[in-house]
Design a protein. Structure first.
Length: 193
């Protein structure tokens, strides 16, 4: 089974997370409404089973909750993929979300890196600090040990841009984690690190 469970407790957050790369229940409760919406879209468009509960110090702001969920989700992907035997490894998409157009490309390389080329026109979507979108994907890519490119090709509405990013990343990851029918590690080195 390509599943993982992660629990993380710090002085700022308490998180429990379950991931099934091949589907399942989606239930997200982080205490940050817009973020819940983005994570739910991510799970549905990726075809992932995702259950997340986060209690964070949102009276300070949403930063710790968003970043720590990114850490946990990245750890869960790395755990669920294991040695990455039999996965496609690469995934990519150009995804429209109304006027926004987002390019996402992922390599399950074993090397965590985010390449971010996104300009968000507003500082907030509702009460959500838009800069936290980058913080989430930075934490995720580092802990998932993947190289992730996210690029905005067009867009005017911050909600649409961020939603497009989450959906595009989901579709790219869905492609990358897909099983190719072999037991091979998709690398000429025989290992992904």
């Amino acid at each position: 089974m390509r599943t993982a469970e992660v629990t993380r407790t710090t002085g700022e957050t308490r998180i429990t997370l379950r991931l099934d790369l091949d589907g399942g229940e989606v239930a997200v409760r982080t205490g940050v409404g817009f973020f819940d919406h983005m994570l739910t879209g991510f799970a549905r468009h990726g075809g992932f089973g995702v259950e997340i509960t986060c209690t964070g110090d949102t009276w300070v702001d949403d930063h710790h909750s968003v970043e720590d969920v990114g850490i946990c989700l990245g750890m869960a992907f790395a755990q669920a993929l294991g040695e990455m035997r039999g996965v496609e490894r690469f995934g990519h998409i150009i995804l429209p979300m109304d006027e926004a157009l987002i390019l996402a490309a992922v390599d399950l390389s074993g090397r965590g890196m985010l390449c971010w080329d996104v300009t968000l026109p507003t500082e907030k979507v509702g009460t959500f600090d838009t800069e936290l979108a980058k913080e989430f994907w930075l934490a995720f890519s580092r802990k998932a040990n993947c190289t992730l490119h996210l690029r905005m090709l067009a867009g005017e509405n911050s909600h649409h841009i961020i939603e497009g990013i989450f959906k595009a990343a989901a579709r790219s990851l869905k492609m990358a984690v897909r099983l190719d029918g072999t037991d091979n590690v998709p690398s000429t080195k025989g290992i992904l690190v």
